[in-house]
Design a protein around this ligand. Structure first.
Ligand code: GDD
Ligand code: MG
Length: 362
């Protein structure tokens, strides 16, 4: 079976993490997000993958190549301009046949794709959409169905007064190749606004596959953090501390799981790492520093007595002595926080910026 993965969006909501790194390459448990998605597809025998990437991102191609190292076949489909979710699939038309899967490239889930395909074949629908329940449907596509699971209405990002159900489009479709005749080539178009609603209006059969299995769209900082906290609790498990390679941790350092520590890290005396937390390879944690709930990418340096809590820190950042980076803060690559700063409440710092000692304190 084939899958098209949509990965040509701008990932603005995940900035500054995605200033230098495409969303599908953002690390999850110290591996590119796409590696998890590929592994999941493989468990459902989906090994032919079309990556609809917009521009060919060097980082993706050099890491994944033709997919053979990961046991799959990857073809790349590029766009001269952003074609939208449906336009991107139309643009990859020559690479698909039979009913095929389409995935939003930022979904982490355990939804049973094999069962979804079985149901799709029984129902003879032009499309099947996986649905998942969420607390706030207004930032998603809301999907109303009848008692047989046939889709009645699709409303993308409705205002609160238009929300009629908490079941939303999970960003996973099975499409019959026929549906491509309803998409204009070389034109921007979205399944969510330009394809599904008119197909429903004209009476085409679109069915749903509701599921309560784990599902998250990791396209915002809070959900990217939550995804990794959730995965750490599964692996290495609530108490676990996993070292991916040789690292140094001083005997007085305290490490409370679940924690994942990349290779070549050093954790100095009296410091504390309280999970769920992740250090990417080459991170150095200074004396008396405290890291809790935080995700660090590669080669970060955390100064003496610094404190990081529930924040996201991209590669090669330096956090000065006694500085705090707290709840929801996001630092891009190569950010330098001088000593005795206090960042909280979701402050975002763009790649390469330096903050003078003591400049921020709220
Ligand atoms: N190739 C290509 N070209 N891909 C694109 C383009 C494009 O022009 N525009 C967006 N994408 C990709 C993004 O990279 C992402 O993987 C996927 O399409 C969905 O785009 P998002 O920007 O993440 O959409 P969303 O999260 O606001 O909403 C979508 O996902 C929700 C579920 O998470 C919609 O499909 C909603 O209906 C859905 O509920
Ligand atoms: Mg998304």
């Amino acid at each position: 079976m084939k899958a098209v993965i949509l990965a040509g969006g701008e990932a603005t909501r995940l900035r500054p993490l995605t200033c230098n790194t495409p969303k599908i390459m953002v690390p999850v448990l110290n591996r590119p997000f796409l590696e998890h998605l590929v592994a999941y597809l493989k468990t459902h025998d989906i090994v032919d993958i079309v990556l609809a990437v917009g521009k060919l991102p060097e980082q993706v191609a050099s890491y994944f190549g033709d997919g053979s190292k990961f046991g799959v076949r990857i073809a790349y489909s590029t766009e001269d301009f952003p074609m939208g979710t449906a336009g991107a699939v139309k643009n990859a038309e020559k690479l698909v046949d039979d009913p095929f899967f389409v995935f939003n490239g930022d979904i982490f889930t355990d939804i049973d794709l094999s069962a979804m395909m079985r149901l799709h074949r029984q129902r003879k629908a032009i499309a099947s959409l996986a649905l998942t329940p969420v607390d706030d449907p207004t930032t998603y596509g809301v999907v109303e169905t009848d008692s047989e699971g046939r889709v009645k209405r699709f409303t993308e990002k409705p205002s609160p007064d238009k929300v009629t159900t908490n079941m939303i489009n999970a960003g996973i479709y099975i499409l019959e190749p026929d549906i491509l005749t309803h998409i204009t080539p070389n034109t921007f178009s979205m399944f969510e606004r330009d394809v599904f609603p008119p197909l429903l209006d004209s009476g085409h059969a679109i069915y749903s596959y509701p599921s309560s299995d784990y599902w998250i769209d990791m396209g915002t900082p809070d959900k990217y953090l939550r995804l990794q906290h959730d995965l750490l609790r599964r692996h290495p498990g609530p108490e676990g501390a996993e070292f991916e390679g040789e690292s140094f941790a001083h005997s007085s350092a305290r490490i409370e799981g679940p924690v994942l520590i990349g290779e070549a890290c050093s954790i100095d005396r009296n410091s504390m790492i309280r999970g769920p937390a992740i250090l990417g390879a080459g991170c150095r944690v200074g004396e008396d520093a405290v890291i809790e709930g935080a995700i660090l990418w590669l080669d970060c340096e955390i100064g003496r007595g610094a404190r990081l809590r529930n924040c996201l820190v991209a590669s090669r950042c330096h956090i000065g002595e006694e500085s705090e980076v707290l709840d929801g803060c996001v630092l891009g690559d190569d950010v330098l926080i001088g000593k005795a700063n206090k960042l909280s409440n979701g402050i975002k710092i763009w790649p390469g910026k330096s903050i003078e000692p003591g400049a921020i304190s709220f």
